[in-house]
Design a binder for this molecule. Structure first.
Ligand code: HEM
Length: 486
């Protein structure tokens, strides 16, 4: 029997109920690093009325991730957050419905359809004016963050929530045009909500901003109303099954529309920022860019395709996307450096946390448990040497296969990155998201020349207010220019 150590380090801040919430919110990474230095890899802090026990020992992550739901529960916590931030009142089976639909349509064979939908929407957004005289060889300038986020958001939104049917606009071209304009308008509203999100999640919005958040929510509930979605073509099976299952439970349509916004948020809130970092890292590392471009050209050649003036658009399939180990590694490296979720669970029963080295900690019912893998593994120099540098081949073995062996103190680390979270709440969209990133970069490389306006410009800092919410955003945008290759 190991030693039972009750931990309540609980270094209370100056306002007892809030505890350390201000410092935590200001810079989560910095705060948790300081706590780890002072108290070790397990510590308890009071945040906004709850005691949170943080587990920051990578070897013991399994104890958190695999603990029974009766003890460590994700749903309760998520339900409260979703109600506060999205005004959605859940039902008991929400998570089950989500998991069933996701297993069916966002993974395995279901992903083939999603990849096709994403491809055709990306082509509509990125390549619609190919061949028009005005577009040829003219450099266009834009902020890389806004450009990437805009395209990923719109293509993802259209692929999941459906397209304008040609019949309603008279012909296909007009319908595609409407998809472009409507999704563009929606993107700018989405960004406004995105910017309010951290304060909304912490419940610290001033009244004026709260009103704006409510306006935006109303706008999205309307845009994603079930009656409107029913008039769309090619709505994804994922969205369709979820709304159908909720209707079968007797949920009101207005509440289902609110959930549609939750899904839009979950599916589009991270991918845009990740695509920005990926392109930026490639542009700042020419050897990485050359390696990825070489792979893109190879895959195209192997499938007998070529990008040429007046030729057909390339058809990039799910199979092709499975033959890109270099791009896979670049994506994984990007997420290691820029995806920083905070995993949280409610403690439903008194329990003992058993650490890999035999230590045991008593965790109280009613408290919370949390993990912040970014600090614990993503930037640990023992696991990932030179952890703040982008190394496109970090996740490649010398023979070109995927590298999964990472060590700390001579011991293999199972959870060496966790951009998607883990266990019951692990991102169900991770395969689709990875595909989206790869499709976007693939098309950029195949069709466009692009470069930074100022190649010597430093990679911008990440916005520390967003730690814990998934993909990080830069504090400022970076100007770049792009044009069609021919
Ligand atoms: C780079 C892109 C993405 C990143 C880094 C990411 C990351 C995450 C993380 C860390 C979580 C778990 C949060 C937690 O434990 O509290 C999560 C949940 C979720 N993600 Fe993603 N995600 C991405 C893209 C997507 C996409 C494209 C979709 C859908 C098509 C999606 C759908 C969801 C959903 C529905 C959940 C909630 C899961 C649940 O309640 O169990 N995500 N995501």
């Amino acid at each position: 029997m190991g030693l039972l150590i009750p931990i309540l380090l609980g270094f209370l801040g100056f306002i007892p109920w809030l505890g350390h919430v201000f410092e935590f919110r200001r810079d989560t990474l910095k705060f948790l690093e300081r706590m780890k230095q002072n108290h070790g890899d397990v510590f308890t802090v009071q945040l906004g009325g709850f005691y949170f026990t943080f587990l920051q020992d990578p070897f013991s992550f399994g104890a958190f991730v695999k603990e029974k739901r009766e003890k460590l529960d994700f749903n309760k916590f998520a339900k409260q957050l979703v109600q506060r931030v999205f005004s959605y009142k859940g039902i008991t089976d929400d998570h089950h419905i989500l998991q069933t639909a996701s297993n069916r349509h966002l993974m395995g064979d279901g992903l083939v359809l999603m990849t096709q939908a994403m491809m055709s929407n990306l082509q509509n957004l990125m390549l619609h004016n190919i061949g028009s005289v005005t577009n040829q060889s003219t450099w266009k300038e834009d902020g890389l963050f806004m450009y990437s986020y805009n395209i990923l958001f719109r293509a993802g939104y259209l692929s999941l929530f459906g397209n304008v049917p040609p019949e309603s606009e008279g012909n296909e071209e007009e319908a595609k045009k409407k998809d472009r304009t409507e999704s563009d308008a929606l993107f700018y509203e989405f960004r406004k909500y995105d910017q309010l999100f951290p304060d909304l999640a912490y419940g610290v919005l001033p009244p004026k901003k709260k009103k704006e958040a409510e306006r935006l929510m109303g706008l999205f509930w309307d845009a994603l109303a079930i009656q409107k979605l029913k008039n769309k073509d090619d709505i994804s099976r994922w969205v369709w099954d979820i709304q159908q299952a909720k209707a079968e439970y007797g949920m009101e349509e207005s509440m289902i529309s609110r959930y549609m916004f939750v899904l839009l948020w979950a599916s589009q809130g991270n991918t845009g920022a990740s695509s920005f970092w990926l392109l930026l890292f490639l542009m700042k590392h020419p050897e990485a860019m050359a390696a990825v471009k070489g792979e893109v050209d190879k895959v195209l050649k192997e499938t007998g395709q070529e990008v040429q003036p007046g030729g057909p658009l390339i058809n990039l399939t799910r199979d092709m996307l499975m033959k890109t180990p270099v791009l896979d590694s670049a994506v994984e490296e990007t997420l290691r450096l820029t995806a920083a979720p905070l995993l949280t669970r409610a403690v439903l029963q008194d329990m003992t946390l058993k650490m890999a080295d035999g230590r045991e900690y008593f965790i109280r019912k009613g408290d919370r448990m949390a993990m912040f893998p970014y600090g614990a593994v993503h930037i640990d120099p023992e696991i990932h040497p030179d952890p703040h540098s982008f190394k496109y081949n970090r996740f490649l073995n010398p023979d070109g296969s995927k590298k999964t062996d990472f060590y700390k103190g001579g011991k293999k680390v199972k959870y060496y990155t966790m951009p998607w979270g883990a266990g019951v709440s692990m991102c169900p969209g991770r395969f689709f998201a990875t595909n989206e990133l790869k499709q976007f970069v693939f098309l950029m490389l195949a069709y466009f020349e692009f470069e930074l306006k100022n190649p010597d410009e430093k990679i911008p800092e990440i916005d520390v207010r967003r730690w814990g919410f998934g993909s990080m955003q830069p504090v400022r945008d970076v100007q770049f220019q792009y044009r069609l290759r021919y």
